[in-house]
Design a binder for this molecule. Structure first.
Ligand code: ADP
Length: 250
């Protein structure tokens, strides 16, 4: 599903952020990505949704080659990827409901098809009472929860999350982690960048570790699929895999 072969990334202004990264991530796996601040975690996640292209090496995401991808193929690829990023990137002129519904609106679905799913997702992140609020009036933690709901609502094949529990309290953090775990149980591939080693120890998923732009450790494929340690709280996503009128995940 994800293949890096000797991938390097050098920013136009700055040092090499990633060096010689070789990595394969199987469909349906769940990983933590750890490393100190500046180690290259965000850069690695950006490569995975083609926000950046490698400056050296080969990279394939969901069958799409980073060097050959066109604007259109990248747009289609991104519909299959849910991204939780640190600055949330919410649209200020849209309400909470509209921000979360955005991936489904952009994919051409009608509100009648997705309304209940958006409401259910917002209920999960405890924002049901703020549906009509604009992001400007939300706290950092609330914005983060909107970002997570938006990344998950289309039930994407691949979920990339950069410090997804960084701005929320421990209880909400556990809730969000159980949502990731439930998604993973249903076969979705998850990668969570974090510097919270306690969280990594608690959830016990496979771990990739970056040290100054180099991948230091990579769990074996057998470790990668062992998700038994995570016990989700029973968020029911079964009915979401194909919304009425939609084919599979959107
Ligand atoms: P992390 O997410 O682990 O904190 P990053 O991927 O954000 O690390 O950064 C890796 C390295 O790349 C750091 O040295 C950082 O300063 C540098 N870097 C990140 N973004 C840019 C950029 N847009 N231009 C130049 N250097 C960058």
């Amino acid at each position: 599903m994800i293949h890096f072969s000797n991938v390097g990334l050098r920013y136009a202004r700055g040092a090499e952020a990633l060096r010689d990264v070789t990595l394969s991530i199987d469909r349906g796996s769940m990983h933590f990505l750890t490393g100190r601040s500046g180690a290259g975690k965000s850069t690695l996640l950006k490569l995975m949704h083609f926000a950046l292209r490698p400056t050296s090496g080969e990279l394939t995401i969901l069958g799409e080659d980073a060097h050959r991808a066109t604007r259109r193929s990248i747009a289609l690829l991104r519909r299959r990827i849910g991204v939780v990023i640190q600055d949330f990137q919410l649209l200020d002129h849209l309400t909470v409901f509209e921000n979360v519904a955005l991936p489904l609106m952009v994919a051409g679905h009608r509100e009648a098809q997705y309304r209940n799913n958006v409401l259910e997702m917002l209920e999960w992140v405890k924002l049901s009472d703020q549906l009509d609020v604009k992001p400007h009036f939300l706290s950092g933690g609330e914005k983060q929860r909107v970002g997570i709901a938006r990344a998950m609502v289309s039930v994407p094949d691949l979920i990339l999350a950069d410090e997804p529990t960084g701005s929320v309290d421990p209880e909400m953090g556990a809730r969000i982690m159980s949502l990731f775990a439930e998604m993973n149980k249903l076969g979705h591939t998850i990668l969570i960048a974090t510097h919270d080693l306690d969280m990594v120890a608690r959830y016990g998923a496979a771990r990739l570790h970056l040290e100054d732009g180099r991948l230091e450790r990579c769990a074996s494929p057998s470790e990668i699929s062992s998700q038994d340690v995570i016990s989700p709280e029973g968020f029911d996503l079964e009915g979401r895999r194909g919304f009425p009128g939609m084919e599979g995940s959107v």
